[in-house]
Design a protein around this ligand. Structure first.
Ligand SMILES: Nc1ncnc2c1ncn2[C@@H]1O[C@H](COP(=O)(O)OP(=O)(O)O)[C@@H](O)[C@H]1O
Ligand SMILES: [Mg+2]
Length: 337
């Protein structure tokens, strides 16, 4: 559906060149919500702008439905662009037009009849939950409402791809969740493929099926969100994950633990089906040891459970070792201290 094949983008500023995107290859399948995460300056926006040819690659190719978009004629490019909706962090609404006027704009440009525009705008307002705001102007709206208008406008020409550049970065956490729910509805109900970029792991965790991590213009890691979250390969990825899920208590708590209780702490990671089973209690009971949960959480990720617990064991040394050996065969375990 969308494929980047060895794509690079170099900006030349006088004698200086900026390698904004470097040799990126990624495939986004139809119907997916694909997130690209990275710190500021990683090259995310540039990569996104290559999809609708707001930027042209200096190397490699971008394919949409197997068409190399850099090879399209001006006319075919216009047609292709109407198939790609885009939303932005700062909404990019026309302040002189009301909500209906903003949503109608792309339809006017595309030459729709007045009655068709009216019908489509009403339908879109309903879809994004803004029917009662049709006559309001952007300055009268909250951030979340403005982004709903942005989404309605992006959907006006019935695209099959929606690209989102930090669409929730200007919103508070509650409003972010509302907008993410709406994006999920766009994906699930309308079957629209979503490619989004963000610097917030919470966005990836909440709605994405797949994720790619970008750093210095390169994709350093990518895969199913569940796999990347539960088994990150790169330090930058770990940093993003830690922003939504602390896997260890603070140094001072660990130090206190050492002073007051001593003994070893183990990190136990449960994934998928195992998270629903009483693995810890079954194994410890069998070997006559007790476990103590010191820290941790069980979360839902892509409709699967993912548990990350810090435990200690109490009992005879030989029994503890037997329990540990058995647990190691059932769940991911790591000695922490
Ligand atoms: N039009 C441009 N001209 C020159 N440099 C650019 C341009 N657009 C982006 N860059 C540079 O490319 C790099 C990646 O930028 P960008 O894609 O905006 O990153 P991100 O969206 O991840 O913050 C940055 O170093 C930025 O300064
Ligand atoms: Mg950006």
């Amino acid at each position: 559906m969308i494929e980047f094949k060895n794509v690079s983008k170099v900006f030349t500023l006088g004698k200086r060149s900026v390698h904004a995107v470097q040799d990126v290859s990624l495939k986004i399948n139809q119907g997916e919500i694909f997130g690209i995460i990275g710190f500021s300056g990683a090259g995310k926006s540039t990569l996104l702008r290559l999809v609708n040819m707001l930027e042209r690659p200096t190397g490699g190719s971008v394919y949409i439905h197997e068409t190399d978009v850099s090879k399209l004629s001006a006319k075919d490019l216009r047609k292709q662009r109407s198939n790609i909706g885009m939303i932005f962090q700062n909404f990019n609404l026309f302040h002189s037009r009301n909500v209906s006027g903003n949503i109608a704009y792309p339809l006017k440009i595309a030459g729709y009849s007045k009655s068709k525009i009216k019908e489509r705008v009403a339908e879109l307002l309903q879809f994004v939950g803004l029917s009662d705001k049709a006559g309001d102007y952007p300055d009268q709206l909250s951030g979340g409402q403005k982004q709903r208008v942005g989404i309605a406008r992006a959907l006006a020409s019935s695209p099959d791809i929606l690209i989102c550049d930090e669409a929730t970065s200007a919103l508070d956490p509650d409003t972010t969740q509302d907008i993410l729910k709406l994006l999920k509805k766009v994906n699930r109900e309308l079957g629209i493929t979503i490619l989004l970029i963000t610097h917030e792991m919470n966005v990836i965790q909440t709605i994405c099926d797949k994720v790619a991590v970008m750093e210095n213009g390169k994709v350093i890691e990518s895969g199913e969100v569940f796999d990347v979250f539960t088994n990150p390969q790169q330090q930058t990825t770990e940093r993003f994950i830690q922003s939504v899920q602390q896997d260890l208590p603070s140094e001072s708590i660990l130090k206190d633990w050492n002073t007051n209780n001593g003994g070893k702490l183990y990190r136990v990671i449960f994934k998928g089906d195992v998270a629903g089973e009483p693995v810890l209690s079954t194994v410890t009971r069998k070997h006559d040891v007790h476990f103590n949960i010191v820290y941790g959480s069980v979360q839902e990720l892509q409709e699967q459970l993912f548990g990350n617990l810090l435990i200690s064991l109490v009992g005879e040394e030989t029994n503890k070792q037997k329990a540990l050996d058995e647990l190691a065969g059932l769940v991911d375990m790591k000695e922490v201290i």
